[in-house]
Design a binder for this molecule. Structure first.
Ligand code: PLP
Length: 280
């Protein structure tokens, strides 16, 4: 595993940041997780565009480190050559004496890490539980402050599940603790609109693009807990989980505990035709 910290490439175990880094003290940073398939990043352009948007949303000057990040990415990609894995990028507001106000003369700290991952082809089957969405009102920002997300994930694990499906009210399912949620209703794919209540996942966007090109009907609209429980299929999407089938919600089986036909089709298309325009 390799990490670039502010342009310096090191084995990850040796990479360090100062204790006064703002992400450590306040969760004051933004990040991205990018999947590498045989050394090639998936949807790098889209991930970097989202990183830039997240930075702008928290008033962090990404422009001043953009070139350095590009150079770090190139160095990391060389180390990753040909491997499957993930790249983690974090841009923090920098190092400064602890004070809630933004520091005046601090440049962002930039971390870029490569970790290998096993290549996998089989569709994942996930058990889920529903939990209240206790996050703030800007879930579209990929910020490093993730306490509500990790608490929800941990509660899901303690209930014997793999992922938490979050809701603002019984009428409003949002997304997973680290994923987006789709349901299938009579052949139509339905997912939450891309607004402040969810992170607009790159995998989510890819699935919608796939649906469009395969002429699968889809809707971006809010749906209820009842609709979720009555859905024909429920799908989890994220960079690391790719397209996974939900087989249980709150201990009730979905699709008889198997991946449904549309889930399998989307997964097959995803694995088989990782379209070149999404590669950089
Ligand atoms: N929603 C949340 C809250 C996430 O943390 C993630 C990924 O980590 C996603 C959705 C999926 O986004 P992506 O497909 O870009 O990985």
């Amino acid at each position: 595993r390799w990490t670039c910290v502010n342009g310096k490439l090191l084995p990850t175990e040796e990479a360090l940041l100062p204790v006064e880094d703002r992400a450590l003290q306040f969760g004051d940073g933004v990040y991205e997780v990018i999947r590498l398939y045989r050394g090639t990043p998936f949807a790098l352009k889209q991930h970097l565009a989202r990183l830039s948007a997240s930075s702008a949303a928290i008033m962090l000057d990404y422009g001043c480190v953009e070139n350095e990040l590009q150079a770090s990415l190139e160095a990391i990609l060389q180390k990753a050559s040909g491997q499957d894995g993930q790249i983690y990028i974090q841009v923090t507001r920098g190092t400064a004496i602890r004070n809630h106000r933004f520091p005046e003369h601090t440049r962002p700290n930039v971390i870029c890490t490569f970790s290998p991952l096993p290549a996998k082809n089989a569709i994942q089957l996930l058990k889920t539980v529903t939990l209240p969405d206790e996050r703030w009102m800007h879930c579209n920002i990929k910020a490093t402050s993730l306490l509500p997300n990790i608490l929800a994930k941990e509660k899901a694990y303690r209930h014997g599940a793999d992922e938490a499906i979050l809701y603002r009210s019984s009428e409003h399912i949002t997304e997973g603790s680290s994923s987006n949620i789709f349901m299938v209703q009579s052949g139509t794919l339905i997912t939450h609109p891309a607004n402040q209540w969810i992170l607009n996942g790159i995998t989510r966007q890819y699935v919608l693009a796939l649906a469009k090109s395969l002429q699968i009907p889809y809707e971006e609209r809010v749906f209820s807990l009842q609709e979720l429980l009555n859905a024909d299929e429920v799908i989890v999407t994220s960079t690391l989980q790719e397209i996974a089938a939900v087989v249980e919600i709150d201990h009730h089986p979905v699709q008889n505990g198997c991946a449904g036909p549309l889930t399998r089709r989307l997964h097959e298309e995803f694995m088989g035709s990782l379209s070149t325009e999404w590669f950089w």
